[in-house]
Each structure stands twice: as C-alpha cells, then as structure tokens.
Design a protein around this ligand. Structure first.
Ligand code: GAP
Length: 520
C-alpha cells in the first residue's frame, strides 16, 4: 500500500498535470495558498456545485437560493462578531522565524500520538490475523489505552485555553508538551497572540479608515442581512432555508495542505430559520441530511465521521464537523452549527431594523433561531480527488503496468465520454465527430484521435472519464461502437442508437439526486 504522504504528493502533481488545479500566478512564482482551477477542475467544481445546489434548493421546497455581494456594509462584521472575535492564535519560533497557529501545533502533536495508536493496531492486526477484534484491542491494550487517555487530556486542555482565550496558558501548554519547531527543532517560542483573519480594503477614492471594508470571511452574513427581503418576497413560512454558494476570504496564518486551507475559497452554505426551542430537532435533521448527501456518492463510508466541537465559534451554541479521512488524516469538510438567534439579534441591534417573524399559529413575534450547514467547495473537491485517485497494476500483453485512474463518482466526472476513431482515416474521424455532435447536447464529451487506443484510454482514466467510445470499421456497416467502462475496463459492442441512454444511466445527476430521496 502507498504511503499516505506520497499519495498526497501524487494527487497534487496529478491535479496539475491533468488540468485540475494550478498554483495561482504560477509564472510569477505563485501566490501562497491561492489556486486556479484548470479545464477539468472547473468542470468537476461545477458538478459538485450542481449536486449541492439541487439537493438543497430543488429537493427541499422550503429552501431558496440567493447570490449576495462579496462587499458588504462594514458594520455587518462588527455585528456578526468577526471584527472582534474572528481570530486565530499565532506563535513564532524565534530561531527559524517561522509562524504557526498555536492550535495547529497542538493538534499536530495529537496526530503523532494517533499515529502511534494506528501502528499498534496494525501490528496487532498482523499478529492475530482473522481473529483480531479491533474494538476490543483498542479498549483493552495497555499502551493504546494510555495513548488515548493522553489524547483526550490534551484535547480538553486545548479546548479550555481556546474557550477562555487564555493566551499565556496556551503558551504554557505548548511548552509543557515540549513541542519543538519543525524547522529549527528548538522550543524558543514567542508569546501567543491573536490575529484577525479578515482581509480589508478601501471603498472609493478616499483612503481613510471610514471607508474600510472587508472581503467576506463567510457567505452566511449575506444570507442573514437578506433574511427579511427573502421572507417578505418569497412568502415562505418558518421553517425555511436560504442557500448560497460563493467566494470567501481568510488571511490564514498557516497555509498548507494544498487546497485544503486557502486564502480565497468557495463556500456552500445554508441557513435554516426555525422556531426557538426546535433547534435540537433541526440540528439532528441537518446532521442526518448532510451525511446522507455525502454517503450517496458511494465513497467508502468508513472514511467519514462526525466530530463534535469542544471549542465553539463565537456564534455557535452547538456544532459538529463532518470529517473525512484525507491522506493527511481525518479533517473537517463541513460544519453544522446551531447559531441560536445570535446573528439576527445582532443585526437587529446594529441596524436598528426589526428582524422578527410573526408566527400566526403562536400569534406572537420572535427572532428565528438558525441551524446552518456550511461546506467548503474546494475541500469537497479535494475529498473527491483523494477518494478517487488509484494506481492499479494491470497485465498488458504479458507485461505488468501501472494504470492511474480517477474513480470520480460518474455524475461528477468532468468529462462523461471520450469518442475515439480507431484510425485517423477511412471516414472513421467523420463518423466519430458525428457521434460527438449528437451527444454534446447532453454530456460533456471529448474527441481524441491521437496515439494508440491504449494511450488514449489512459489519458481518459487519468481524468476520470466514465466511458470511452471507439469507432472502428464495423461501425460504418453495423451502426455499432465499442464502449469501455472506466472502472471494470470491460468493453461492450452496442448500437449507436442506445449510446445516449447507456451513458445517461451511469452519469445522470437526476439519478444521483433521486437516490438521496430513495435512501431517506
Ligand atoms: N458560516 C460558518 C463558517 O464559515 P467554518 O467552519 O469557518 O464555518 C465552513 O467554515 C467550511 O468552509 C469549512 O468546513 C471548510 O470546508 C470551509 N473552509 C473554511 N476555511 C477554509 C479555507 N481557508 N480554505 C478552504 N476551505 C475553508
């Protein structure tokens, strides 16, 4: 099995080589933690967006979408608490001059202990073979129990210093754990300081502080400040939701792990407005609904888990993350937050405008509570690539060979089918282009006539194309083509008349969405 670090490096290199993700401004040596999406990346991103948007707004009759501006009135960020509290704790190593997020240093320390647990489990698994009971081993093995106890103790301490915003205690924790700088190897640390993550800029020509505005660090506030507009114009009654997809910006201190943590990224967020007192029910509902959306993609379910927050964001009363096992460990892809009436109440106070809802059944007005679901589009993209990347050893004419294939869920694949004439003559290219034309209205297809069929198959495997269609001499007389399946590599001869139907069966977004409903 491939080492996870190597796997991650390969995914990054593959993303660039096959037009998924490029470093931004690359010919100027790049811009840290900013990335561009290439020809295949943009198609994959569009498909993920469509899957989320349709699942939210079309499968829920009480959820509508909006698209609010990135620039907003600066007071919004005071009301939301971001000016005062949207901070990360940072610490510098005086020898290497490298800057770190203090919480990430501690989390990395925990990861190292988790690795030790994994190693113990793997060793025991090997020793006991089929009779191995993993759960029992984890619960009873002395060393593993001790490691897990230490992890738990550190997690509690970390949550405590964060919740208390106790920066000296934060530094003391780092010193007590004897965490050293990965670059200099020393423990010569500065104090821990808070760093606000919002980017600011100036509106208009006057560059005084009065014109300071922010690039939004979350799309959610665009939804809150439009709550009244949507409530009045949509005639929706509570409970109802507002969804939005758009860019967000954070001046992340530690930019790493490729597109996992970016300074400019995209969020897909939904605020669900409810009656106060019903937040626990709706929190559970959205947890179940969102994990079902993920699992519907057919990705290995053991790679997902929930992680309840110990440290709550300044707006949250309860929060859980949906975590995925990336090559660098289990990490957050999506957050589900119970935000009470925090945001609307704050905006009512700061704007002076009433943001209440009149409940006919109760014959009373109240500020709605909110349960939010928030997923990073770029993180979802990385999740798909991480789950899809495979290297397979295959036998080819007596020789073994490595096939790199992206097993992207077919409805999300950037290209659905590649049409290939077997040779570049005898009317085969013309016939292949005719087929391409007929399929192009429904599916994103590619035409490829260069190199051997084997090489062309590999190029399509590398970008995750579910089907390759070969046009040969028999096509001209029998009106049939061969269609090759990306995952099984099996080929079948079928009539051109049934092509669209066969492709659609596998790649249809509608079928994928219907499946969510069927499994409810
Ligand atoms: N409105 C709530 C909110 O913004 P968050 O947990 O800060 O909550 C939600 O962010 C999601 O946005 C995360 O689960 C993650 O997928 C994505 N995200 C956050 N920061 C990111 C970054 N720097 N780069 C890429 N994605 C990010």
């Amino acid at each position: 099995m491939m080492n996870q670090e190597d796997l991650f490096k390969k995914i990054i290199a593959h993303s660039k080589e096959y037009g998924f993700v490029f470093p931004s401004s690359e010919i100027y040596d790049g811009l840290s933690a900013v990335y561009d999406y290439g020809q295949n990346g943009v198609a994959l991103k569009l498909n993920i967006r469509e899957y989320w948007w349709k699942a939210m707004t079309m499968l829920h009759s009480n959820i509508v979408g909006i698209d609010s501006a990135i620039f907003m009135h600066p007071t919004i960020w005071k009301a939301s608490g971001h000016v005062g509290a949207f901070n990360d704790p940072l610490i510098d190593n005086k020898d290497s001059k490298k800057r770190y997020r203090a919480d990430v240093l501690v989390e990395d320390y925990i990861l190292k202990i988790e690795d030790k647990v994994k190693k113990e489990v793997a060793k025991a698994e090997k020793r006991f073979g089929e009779s191995f009971d993993k759960e029992q081993f984890i619960a009873t093995n002395g060393r593993v129990v001790e490691y897990n106890k230490t992890i738990r103790e550190i997690q509690i301490r970390l949550a405590q210093v964060q919740n208390d915003n106790d920066l000296p205690a934060f530094k003391a924790l780092i010193e007590e754990l004897q965490i050293a700088c990965p670059v200099s190897g020393t423990r010569n640390w500065t104090d821990v300081r808070q760093f606000n993550l919002m980017f600011d800029t100036k509106l208009g020509s006057l560059s005084d502080d009065a014109n300071k505005i922010y690039l939004r660090p979350e799309t959610a506030q665009g939804i809150f400040v439009n709550y009244s507009n949507v409530a009045k114009t949509s005639r929706l009654r509570i409970p109802f939701g507002i969804a939005q997809i758009g860019k967000a910006f954070r001046n992340e201190i530690v930019a790493r792990q490729f597109i996992f943590r970016m300074r400019e990224f995209e969020q897909m967020e939904m605020q669900f407005f409810i009656k106060p007192g019903q937040e626990d029910t709706w929190f559970e509902y959205w947890k179940a609904t969102r994990i079902a959306w993920h699992k519907n993609l057919g990705i290995d379910a053991s790679k997902y888990r929930f992680h309840d927050h110990e440290k709550l964001a300044h707006y949250a009363t309860a929060a859980t993350d949906i975590e995925f096992e990336f090559p660098f460990g289990f990490k957050e892809v999506e957050g589900i937050h119970s935000r009470s009436d925090f945001d609307l109440k704050q905006h009512q106070e700061f704007s002076g405008k009433k943001l209440q809802y009149f409940d006919n059944e109760e014959n009373a007005s109240y500020i709605p509570y909110v349960v939010e679901t928030s997923i990073g589009l770029d993180r979802m993209f990385l999740l798909i690539l991480s789950a899809a990347y495979e290297e397979e050893t295959i036998e080819n004419e007596g020789k073994s060979d490595i096939r790199v294939v992206l097993k992207i869920p077919a409805p999300l694949a950037p290209v659905k089918a590649a049409i290939m004439p077997l040779v570049k003559k005898d009317g085969l290219p013309e016939k292949a282009k005719e087929i391409l034309r007929s399929l192009a209205f429904d599916f994103n297809c590619q035409y490829d006539e260069k190199d051997s069929i084997g090489k062309r198959y590999r190029r399509q495997d590398a970008i995750g194309t579910p089907y390759c269609i070969t046009v040969d001499h028999d096509t001209l007389t029998t009106n049939t083509v061969t269609i090759r399946d990306r995952d099984t590599m099996l080929q079948e001869r079928i009539s051109i008349d049934t092509l669209a139907e066969v492709i659609d069966k596998k790649v249809s977004m509608k079928t994928l969405l219907k499946n969510i409903d069927a499994n409810k």
